[in-house]
Structures are given as structure tokens and as C-alpha cells.
Design a protein around this ligand. Structure first.
Ligand SMILES: NC(=O)c1ccc[n+]([C@@H]2O[C@H](COP(=O)([O-])OP(=O)(O)OC[C@H]3O[C@@H](n4cnc5c(N)ncnc54)[C@H](O)[C@@H]3O)[C@@H](O)[C@H]2O)c1
Length: 160
């Protein structure tokens, strides 16, 4: 059976002989939380990681942490709800290298009941968690088809 290691701490211990060597991944919302953990784990397992986040400062920090630990990472400021911006940022990414994996992770949570969910709350969750995913898949799908394949992972939440 294949041995896998996905330790999040002391991350770069797994770089050699890992199954993501030579692969490149985009992680949206990779500046914090689950996205950051995914970016670090992918990098620890040999992938080159492109972190897209609405926060330029936090995505640069997240990429810096990976590169200081010996991994490969770049950061981009990108609001996934804005289709033109997503396309422009992904064009930059594709100029750098071929992308094998898209992790649609950027999301917002609204915890509450119908009666305390305003139209603004509803629209915001929909724009980020649904349209944002569509924007990134739309921008990446031709690139992946041309190269013969790829993997798209969409995060979801019952809270959204
Ligand atoms: N935390 C949970 O318990 C949980 C459970 C199930 C699913 N999820 C899903 O996992 C994903 C990550 O959740 P998390 O808890 O790590 O959230 P988080 O708030 O810690 O991280 C979300 C990241 O997305 C970024 N972001 C938000 N709006 C953006 C936009 N418009 N464009 C680009 N980046 C944007 C934020 O800046 C942040 O870095 C979400 O899609 C969420 O719905 C979370």
C-alpha cells in the first residue's frame, strides 16, 4: 500500500519522494484557515503552490512562510467574485507554469436562520461561495483540457 504523509507541522519534512512532486496547484483563499493548511500541505508534499486571496498582505505572508520552509509558493491578490480579475490573475499563473490542481476554497460563512439572513448576507455567500467557484473553474477549464486533464476540488459548507 502506498505510504502517504500529510503532517501540517514541520511541513517540509515530506518534500523528498512525495507524490505531488512536479505538480502545480492554485489554492483560493489560501491566506488563512483551511486553505492555508492545504497550501502548506501541498507544498510539503512537493507541489508548487499559487495562493490567491482577497488579502494581498496575508497571501504574501502565507506564501513567504512556505518559501522560507523550503517549498515553492507565489501569492496573488484576487477577489474570486470578480470574473475579469480572476481571468487576469490566472493568465499570470498560466504564464509561469501548467496547473494540475485547482482548490476552490475561498469562502465566507453565514451562521444563522432564515429570519436573520438578510438579502445582503445571502448575496454575499452566493457571490463568494458559488459564483467565485464558477469564476475560477471557468478560467481554468480550457487550460486543463488543453493539457489533457487536471483536478478541481470544491470546498463546501452546510453553514454557507
Ligand atoms: N471552517 C469550517 O468549519 C468549514 C467547514 C466546512 C467547509 N468550510 C469551507 O472551507 C472553506 C475555508 O473555510 P475557513 O474556515 O478556512 O475560512 P477562513 O475564513 O479561515 O478562510 C477563508 C479565506 O478566503 C478568503 N476570501 C474570502 N472572500 C474572498 C474572495 N472574495 N476572494 C478571494 N479570497 C477570499 C479570506 O481572505 C480567507 O483567507 C470555505 O469555503 C468554507 O465554506 C469550512
Amino acid at each position: 500500500m502506498e505510504k502517504r504523509s500529510l503532517a501540517l507541522k514541520g511541513a517540509m519534512a515530506n518534500v523528498n519522494g512525495s507524490r505531488l512532486n512536479g505538480k502545480a496547484a492554485i489554492v483560493t483563499g489560501g491566506a488563512s484557515g483551511i486553505g492555508q493548511a492545504i497550501a502548506e500541505t501541498f507544498a510539503a508534499n512537493g507541489a508548487s503552490v499559487h495562493i490567491l486571496d482577497i488579502s494581498a498582505d496575508r497571501s504574501a505572508e502565507a506564501a513567504g512562510r512556505i518559501t522560507r520552509a523550503g517549498g515553492k509558493a507565489c501569492s496573488y491578490e484576487c477577489d474570486v467574485t470578480r470574473q475579469k480579475q480572476v481571468e487576469a490573475v490566472l493568465r499570470q499563473v498560466f504564464q509561469r507554469e501548467r496547473i494540475d490542481i485547482l482548490v476552490n476554497n475561498a469562502g465566507v460563512a453565514h451562521i444563522g436562520k432564515l429570519e436573520n439572513t438578510s438579502e445582503h448576507d445571502f448575496d454575499n455567500v452566493f457571490r463568494v461561495n458559488v459564483k467565485g467557484f464558477y469564476n475560477c473553474m471557468f478560467a481554468v477549464v480550457e487550460h486543463m483540457k488543453k493539457q489533457g486533464g487536471g483536478v478541481i476540488l470544491n470546498m463546501a459548507s452546510v453553514a454557507a
